[in-house]
Design a protein around this ligand. Structure first.
Ligand code: CA
Ligand code: CA
Length: 212
């Protein structure tokens, strides 16, 4: 109820601000728009803290995906981790097609910004008991060695999880980043997972992420 009241208040504020037209009203309008935006953020935060973030995301995605769209990711396949909502594929696609499929489903290829997010994804993938590659949105397409997350447009932060000698742009054709679980490694630990640059056209599994 609290959330609905906040949403309605922000809608009313938004229309109130839109109805003000004189130049003198510009400042009031801008303040009202900021308040409306903040209320919406607060409503989203309350929804999340109520433990219903997953259903909030699913209802958002259902609004985005038009009926008739082909081959989208089913919302019951999304997994909720501490750092967000993800889809971890079994299907294998090249980096471009994987990004397209995430987008068509209201998601994006995953971007890993923190050690916590990296650790959680590693752990989740490890549980799948496979030795596979998973595309992330990381790439240096456009400028060799300048890595960024295509999904957010942000440069790759200092936090990276490349092993020694990677990324190596092998054969001058590796421009997309994947996360790999080395399930067969003798240590049998999710830590034996790392990022690597790889040819974007190779078909591998992939991870999509819901971006707020
Ligand atoms: Ca992320
Ligand atoms: Ca490489």
């Amino acid at each position: 109820m609290k959330t609905m009241r906040l949403v309605w208040t922000s809608i009313i504020l938004f229309f109130l601000s839109a109805s003000l037209s004189s130049a003198r009203a510009d400042k009031v309008k801008s303040i009202l728009q900021h308040v409306a935006h903040d209320l919406n953020e607060l409503a989203a935060t309350i929804t999340r803290s109520n433990g219903s973030f997953r259903s909030y995301v699913i209802s958002n995605l259902q609004k985005k995906i038009k009926p008739g769209d082909l081959d989208v990711i089913a919302t019951n396949e999304l997994v909720e981790l501490e750092t967000g909502i993800y889809y971890i594929s079994e299907e294998k696609l090249n980096w471009y097609k994987a990004g397209q499929k995430c987008k068509a489903s209201g998601l994006d290829l995953a971007s890993i910004e923190t050690e916590l997010e990296n650790d959680q994804l590693k752990k989740t993938i490890f549980e799948s008991e496979t030795d596979e590659y998973y595309w992330l949105s990381g790439t240096d397409l456009g400028s060799e060695g300048q890595y960024y997350w295509a999904a957010t447009g942000q440069p790759m932060a200092e936090y990276r999880d490349f092993p020694l000698h990677q990324p190596d742009n092998y054969a001058d054709e590796e421009h997309c980043i994947h996360l790999r679980i080395n399930y067969n490694h003798k240590s049998r630990s999710p830590n034996e997972t790392y990022w690597n640059d790889y040819s974007c056209l190779v078909e591998t599994r992939f991870i999509c992420e819901y971006q707020h």
